[in-house]
Design a protein around this ligand. Structure first.
Ligand code: LLP
Length: 421
């Protein structure tokens, strides 16, 4: 459920009409709903065993105001870089609710995270383990660690967001787990606290999760028998969201919570979750203006002022996003089939191919839905286009939570060497 809908004939975020926002902010812009973020967080957290840590995956949406919204509800953070760690801390997420994932942590990032006192490092390889031990020794600390185990389970999601099969770069192979834990136990400056697993994103079935979690639960028992202290299980993120109106809804958090309890019941571990998309995707829309309607030889093109630099998911994963007119269409309005494209000079700058929409004209506003996760965080300034700014709405209030960069801001990022020219 989300808080975007037609009110008084226009698409609104909570109590704020998007045309009024467009008039003030300009287009394109991302608009997030605080009530939706809060609702998603509460529904998910409420479905999990008590004492669980819900560490929002900052890569999905790293806006400080979004992070603060979740921090106020008690959320932690799953970070994958020093930059994300700094953002999570700046948003008021306490270090003891932050976990650090990722295959390529640098020693500087380890130093930063150890100094901050984060909850745990999810270590993805043996060389990384040795590096962390070294940094912790220099700081005279012990780094709390889990090892991310690759359970070799197919998440049955898009290949580009599958992480839990043996072919991917992620985690330590299941078959090497005991050896890797023995190695970790021999190091003085790391402290084994648990096991971590994450098999992919936008999962639409529970079965792959269940297969992975059962493997992890069995491993926990083996590792305990080997003498390791396994008190935490980090079960990653990955729960999918409905992107299309008429397709099968993904498993709901309640069913996921029950399955998790079933799989991990007897272990008495603290559970950690790293949801990103589930919390943020349907809490955001990208509002764009129709620049031109171009009648091609074979097709009609709707050319928007948002491009693949603002939202890359369709180009990168063939992702489907619903697109709706901001002005409420009259019931039964005739539909026209468009290719909805952006202005970027790439054929893949295509938001939707052959999409039937009520007839639109130059100057009309549209909203690209379900773009609160992996939208703004993956944006770039390709074609020297300042990425879309971000707005957060809360009931009748709104604020620009990331302003639009000016051309001078973009130019100011470059430097001219004094020997040039
Ligand atoms: N934990 C780890 C270790 C991850 O790698 C990810 C996502 C998450 C948690 C959060 O997963 P979520 O709950 O959001 O599915 N850019 C792609 C998604 C990439 C996901 C990468 N890892 C997209 O736009 O679909």
């Amino acid at each position: 459920m989300n808080h975007f809908g037609y009110k008084g004939g226009v698409l609104s975020a909570e109590d704020v009409g998007l045309p009024a926002l467009a008039a003030r902010v300009g287009t394109p812009f991302y608009c997030y709903s605080r009530a939706t973020l809060e609702r998603h967080y509460k529904v998910f957290a409420g479905a999990l065993p008590k004492e669980s840590l819900v560490a929002f995956s900052v890569k999905a949406n790293g806006n400080l105001a979004v992070l603060k919204t979740l921090a106020l509800l008690g959320a932690g953070a799953d970070v994958v870089s020093g930059g994300e760690l700094a953002k999570a801390l700046a948003a008021g997420i306490p270090a003891e609710r932050i976990v650090f994932s990722g295959v390529g942590k640098t020693k500087e990032e380890m130093h930063q995270a150890l100094t901050a006192g984060i909850y745990q490092f999810n270590v993805e390889s043996e060389p990384e383990l040795l590096a962390l031990d070294e940094v912790a020794r220099e700081l005279n600390k012990r780094a709390p660690i889990t090892l991310r185990i690759n359970p070799d389970v197919d998440a049955r999601t898009h290949a580009k967001i599958t992480t839990g099969t043996a072919e991917t770069k992620f985690g330590i192979p299941f078959a090497r787990a005991r050896e890797a834990y023995a190695r970790a136990a021999s190091l003085h400056n790391v402290e084994i606290v648990g096991i971590d697993v994450h098999i992919g994103s936008q999962l639409t079935e529970l079965a792959p999760f269940e297969a992975a979690f059962e493997k992890v639960a069995a491993l926990a028992k083996t590792l305990r028998a080997d003498g390791h202290s396994i008190t935490r299980l980090d079960l990653g993120g990955g729960l999918g969201v409905p992107y299309e109106n008429n397709n099968m809804p993904p498993p709901d958090p309640a069913a996921y919570g029950k399955m998790v309890a079933r799989a991990t019941d007897q272990l008495g571990c603290r559970l950690i979750f790293e949801p990103g998309r589930l919390i943020a995707a349907n809490a955001g829309v990208l509002v764009a203006k129709v620049l031109y309607v171009k009648e091609g030889e074979a097709k009609n093109f709707l050319i928007l002022d948002a491009g693949m630099n603002d939202l890359i998911r369709p180009a990168m994963y063939d992702a489907h996003h619903e697109i709706v007119p901001v002005k409420e269409p009259v019931p039964g309005a005739e539909r026209v089939v468009y290719d909805v494209v952006g202005p970027v000079c790439e054929t893949s700058d295509l938001f939707a191919a052959g999409r039937a929409l009520p007839e639109l004209k130059s100057g009309d506003l549209v909203a690209i839905l379900s773009t609160g996760a992996y939208g703004a965080t993956m944006a770039s300034s390709y074609n020297a286009r300042p990425p879309a700014p971000e707005v957060l709405v809360s009931a009748a209030e709104w604020a620009i939570v990331r302003p639009r960069l000016r051309h001078d801001d973009l130019i100011g990022q470059d430097r001219l060497p004094d020997w040039l020219g």
